[in-house]
Every structure is written in C-alpha cells, then in structure tokens.
Design a protein around this ligand. Sequence first.
Ligand code: ZN
Length: 426
Amino acid sequence: MSRKHYADLLIHGAAELVTMAAKTNGPRCGGAMNRIAAVKSGAVAVANGRILIAGPENEVMATVKVDSTTRQISAKGRLVTPGLVDAHTHLVFAGSRENEFELKIVQGLSYEEIEDQGGGVLATVKQTREASMTRLIAQARPVLHRMLKNGVTTVEAKSGYALTAEGEIKLLQAMEILNHEGPQEIIPTLFGAHDLPPEYSSRSEDFLSYIIDEMIPAVAEKGLARFYDSGVTFPPDDTAKLFAAAKAFGLGVKVHADEFALMGGAALAARCGAASAEHCLNSRDEDLEAMRQAGVIAVLLPAVPIIHRLGQFVDARRFIDNGLAVALGTDFNPSCPVESLSMVMSLACYTAGMHPAEAVTAATINAAYAVGCGHEVGSLEPGKQADIVIWEVANHLQLCANPSSGLAATVIKKGQIILEDGCPCS
Ligand code: ZN
C-alpha cells in the first residue's frame, strides 16, 4: 500500500464542494459547461500550496495523512469552490468619472454623447497620465481587496489609459507590483489601442505604426504583458497587424469585440487565433461559429449593457447552445465600477440566460483558460494551485441567486489563508 500524503491544510465539512474536475483539460464548451463536479459533504486536502485531493470527505480522509500540524478549517456546512477568476478588468487607472454617471442618469445622455462632451476613456487618460505610480497603486489596491471579499483570486487587468509606450509601461509595472504584493494574481494585458490619444487625433495611421514599432516591443522586452488586447480604434485589417506584431513577441491576443455595434471583432478574433473575444454583445451567429471552430473563448460581461443602459442584455444562450466556451468578467473600469464577480454570476443568470452551473464554470475554469492560467487555477484538481473559497452560502444555487457583494467567508490563495471569516489575514 502506498504511503499517505501529508496534508498541511484540510478544509472539511462542505455541504457542497464544487471541484470543476473533468476527464479532459481545456475550457468547457456548450453542454459541458453544466458539469461542475459538485459533491455533497466534501473536503479538500492541500500540501505546499497545491491540491492533493478534493472530493467526498470520507475519500479524502482515507487518502491523506492529517496530524496535529495540519491546519484544519471547517466549512461549517457551506459551499466551497475554486477561487474565482475575473477574466476582464481595467484595474489600474487614476481618477473617477462619477460626473458621467450623473450625465447618464439625470440627463439621459448615451455613452457616445458623453464622449462627445469630453468624457469617456480620454477623460481617464488625462487623469492617468498625470498620476504617479504610488497613486495608481493606491487606487487599485482597495479594489482588489473588495474583489477578494467576492471570492476573486485571479484578476486579468488591461492597461490602456496612458496610450504612450512609457505610460502603458507604468500601468503594467503598477500591475506587476500589485501582483508581487498579492494576495491576488494579476494577469497583465497591454491594451495599446484602447482609444486614439489626442496627439494622434488626426493621424491614426501614425498611432498604429507607433504601437507596432515602439509600444509593443518596449512592453514585450520588459516582459510586462501576457496578452495584447485591441478595441475598435482601428479597422479590423489594421488591428490584425497589431495582433501579428504582438504575437511575434509571444503575446496572446484578446479582442474587445462588438460591444456597441457589430465591428467585426468576433470574426477577427477567430481569424487571428485570439484566446478570447470579449463583450460580443452584437456579434453575428456566423462569427460565433467561426469562434467555436477556432477555439476562441467568449468572455461575456453581463453588467455592461445594464450599466450603459443599452436597452438589451447579454444573451449567453446563443453562445452556449452553439457549443462555445463562455467565461465571465466584471469589466471593472471608471464607467463600470463593478467589482463583484459573484454579482456578475447572478446577473448572468437573471439577465443573460445562463444556468447557475454554467455561471460557476464561466467564473472559474473557463475564465482561467481565457486568461491563460487554466493549467494552474480554476478547478480543485490534484496538482493545481490551492485557490479555494468558502462561501457564506450552502450551495452554488444560493450563490448565483444572491446578487449581494461580499459573500466570500474564507479565501485561500496558493494554500495561504488570505481572508478568514470575512477578515483579511496579515
Ligand atoms: Zn473592457
């Protein structure tokens, strides 16, 4: 008989344990999104920051060695899941734009009308360019803390509020510092063409060349980004050139696709072998099919059309019923200050047609694959990083039904307890 493995951390007493374990690796597509591998009376054993085993408590206890040095935590009959992964945020910027909220709500202006009045992305670019590194970090840190209280242990973060090589490097360095500081892991994405900066307002072709010749190489040389994301600043064929430049430096590619109108983003994502197409609110069925065939993950953001009052909802069923893999994100940014991914899981169910189990898949394993970490996080399988959440609720149905914030009770990152019964651990 083989010797039992020693567990330095044991979580037991879960009324429901969602492991997300599956026979095959990779994002869960279509019908497979409903399979979350939930067990009743579950336990998770951890050693050296990695999962030893997760499953029914009697099986776990028969498999691992536990002694007086093992840290034991009772889930007290509540839900245990993998740490959530927020697959789409704009975490680091300076300033705020609540003035635009008032214009939107009180005066009824649209996003485009607010941009025409000097608001929108460029208003944040102005404030961000003037900000010190210290200020950028000080503004993002409490956001991460609130995300933690919502069970988020991995956060994708896009730059894009400086639009110069030097400024984008500063934003990405701020993310690197926050990543080292922890407790969450930050996955950095260069969002070089978030918008056309004022100094290039009538010279978009020059800005395209600047990104390709200077910004992408400078960022890549410093190893500051894992992905390159592009919006609708340039026509698809020009954006494809940006992607080629980014890929030449080994960066993965993401697309802000078809948010306010059909702009060819989803089709471009499929053509360019992107890891993900994000938003996809107005993408066509044939583009969805191209994404499916190319293995592009759809990162859906159900809070966005509500916040921007677009008069429509994300329709997740179109994606899932057509066999795609769907992930979720908050789109946290100055005009969409949504920090709770668990609330977004609720919105996905209430407004986007997602089933609760699908929302769990989309916020864990599929989000992990969308940000290039699916081999490390997103499920509680042997050998993976021990990123675990004990929730205040008893099962995933209660979690998805409840749009409240702050439902994570205890959060563990790489085997370390970083939030315990709602209190941060130092
Ligand atoms: Zn975004």
